[in-house]
Design a binder for this molecule. Sequence first.
Ligand SMILES: Cc1cc2nc3c(=O)[nH]c(=O)nc-3n(C[C@H](O)[C@H](O)[C@H](O)COP(=O)(O)OP(=O)(O)OC[C@H]3O[C@@H](n4cnc5c(N)ncnc54)[C@H](O)[C@@H]3O)c2cc1C
Length: 420
Amino acid sequence: MKTSEQRNIAIIGGGASGIFAAIRCAEVAKEKNININIKVFEASKRFLKKVKISGGGRCNVTHHIFDSKDLVLNYPRGKKELLSPFIKFQASDTVKWFEDRGVKIKHEKDGRMFPVTNNSETIIDCFMNEAEKYKVQLVTQSNIKNIRKLENGRLSLLINKNKNFIADSVLIATGSMPSGYRLAKTLGHTITEIAPSLFTFKIEDLILENLAGTSFTNSSLTLKIDSAKEFYQKGPLLITHWGLSGPALLKLSAWAAREMMHSNYKAKIIINWLGLESINEVRNMINNIKNKNTKAKIGNAYPIKITKRFWLQLLIKSGIKKEKNWSEINKKEFNIIVTNLFSCELEVLGKSRFKEEFVECGGINLKEINFKTMESKICSGIYFSGEIMDIDGITGGFNFQNAWTSGWIAGSHMPLKKDI
Ligand SMILES: Cc1cc2nc3c(=O)[nH]c(=O)nc-3n(C[C@H](O)[C@H](O)[C@H](O)COP(=O)(O)OP(=O)(O)OC[C@H]3O[C@@H](n4cnc5c(N)ncnc54)[C@H](O)[C@@H]3O)c2cc1C
């Protein structure tokens, strides 16, 4: 094939990564004057479905960490591999990419970044306009069932049951859909163990009763699974109707995703509600309250950083009547209060989905991908990007950043690939 002949590029999956890659691919082809035909095949009726519902409908596009070395620390899987891709296209590039196209991005106190419109449709409209500008062909209801390598090195795609498309390069950007893993397997790839990530914990305990909505800004959490494995996180924690959620807990779920699945989501969580450094600090704090309030009822004098409702619940769990005076609290009761504040041990009984964002951990074995180009090391002409790879981030915009970065790199290289 001569370079003047048209190159066919197929992108499987019209989600965040596939669409971003398609736009980049078209842009590079235009810059380099390469004659190209880009088709995005989407199995369902709509493109960018997850983008639409992401971030509670606001689309948390990325995170306000503009140093690649710090950015990678937010990926329980893929940390090492993402470093060089992020040097080429990281969170600040994402912001610039959108702003160059008229979409203003803001960041919130916790670092999450959203379009200023607070509406994911803004992101979708931006992508659709770009795709139209570059004449990227977007086809829906086109489920890719099979990919076959032809003798001439090109790739034949089976669309639905009876149509074929012959491509020079193919990007598989099917997210966490099993069909994508199947396609990759038939081409010789291995898939690492799949497990849900970013989930909340089901816990039934007196201390949480009727407290849904209560939050703690700086808790410390230790998760013990099968008594051998321990995970630790610090940060905001939220009590929900059926257990615990909040940024620190979601991070814990991401780092422990596989181990939690193996233990069938049974574990022990030890909560330091106020995140104080040592048990002595808690002792001193409670001692001060006790000494200053000897005549007050224990239910009415409590640490300022917690709510009265939580304190009363903590007293119930500690078996102490709220009507008692502080002066009547004996050493044993004092110690129970300190323990329940500093290292409150609760049983995790199961998991539930975090509605604002969830991902699967596991996917294409990262050793089988060349991260300079996103091309498969096993099957030439095949590329991967987004969640199909064994890469996942904690909550906060990191999963989209992986989708944009890997899509951008794949899109940058697919039009340039030398003839086979
Ligand atoms: C409710 C929710 C909210 C989220 N919010 C955020 C957020 O705010 N910020 C963030 O960073 N991350 C968020 N995420 C995670 C983020 O959406 C994903 O990590 C990201 O969409 C992955 O992009 P992708 O392109 O790899 O896969 P997807 O976006 O899942 O796209 C894959 C596409 O491939 C199609 N497909 C699959 N198989 C085939 C096939 N055989 N043929 C053709 N098409 C196929 C699918 O239909 C789908 O449209 C959220 C996830 C969920 C579920």
